[in-house]
Design a protein around this ligand. Structure first.
Ligand SMILES: [Fe+2]
Length: 160
């Protein structure tokens, strides 16, 4: 179940989470969950949702990413994203399996803490400071969408 921690309160009601995230400029939606095994199957099952986001928000590419305890170089990979950073592209993540924590700056400089679980789509807008880490499960599998896959990298320095 999705969880939002913000200003000392914990929210698990997804309508409340949607409303708070929306106020902070972060898109949160729930998509239906499908049972699938391969990455290609998952991308096919979510084709209509992916196409809708591409058409309405201009994304040009979608792929799958998975992190788990057996992922080679897991510590090195997660260390890129567990420090505060931003991207020049939106960070679009639909969680298919597992869970992960996103700490995301709101519109006022405070950070909210969102635990993504299966069925949750979030879109962190470009240039929004955030960080990401795995939970004790050490397992997450997500669909990602990109405006420009080549330009997607973490930028650690804050704005000049
Ligand atoms: Fe990021």
């Amino acid at each position: 179940m999705a969880k939002l921690e913000y200003f000392g309160q914990t929210y698990t009601n997804e309508d409340e989470i949607h409303s708070i995230m929306n106020s902070a400029g972060i898109l949160f939606e729930r998509w239906p969950l499908h049972r699938a095994t391969s990455d290609d199957q998952i991308l096919k099952l979510y084709e209509s949702e992916i196409n809708y986001l591409m058409q309405t928000r201009g994304y040009v590419a979608a792929d799958m990413v998975a992190l788990k305890s057996t992922t080679p170089n897991l510590t090195e990979i997660t260390s890129r994203y567990n420090k505060e950073h931003h991207h020049t592209d939106d960070e679009v993540r639909f969680t298919v399996e597992g869970e992960g924590v996103f700490e995301i700056e709101d519109n006022t400089g405070e950070f909210l803490k969102f635990t993504a679980t299966p069925g949750n789509l979030i879109i962190i807008p470009a240039y929004r400071r955030h960080l990401f880490y795995l939970t004790q499960q050490s397992n997450i599998r997500c669909i990602r969408l990109f405006l420009d896959k080549n330009g997607w990298e973490a930028i650690y320095n804050d704005f000049p």
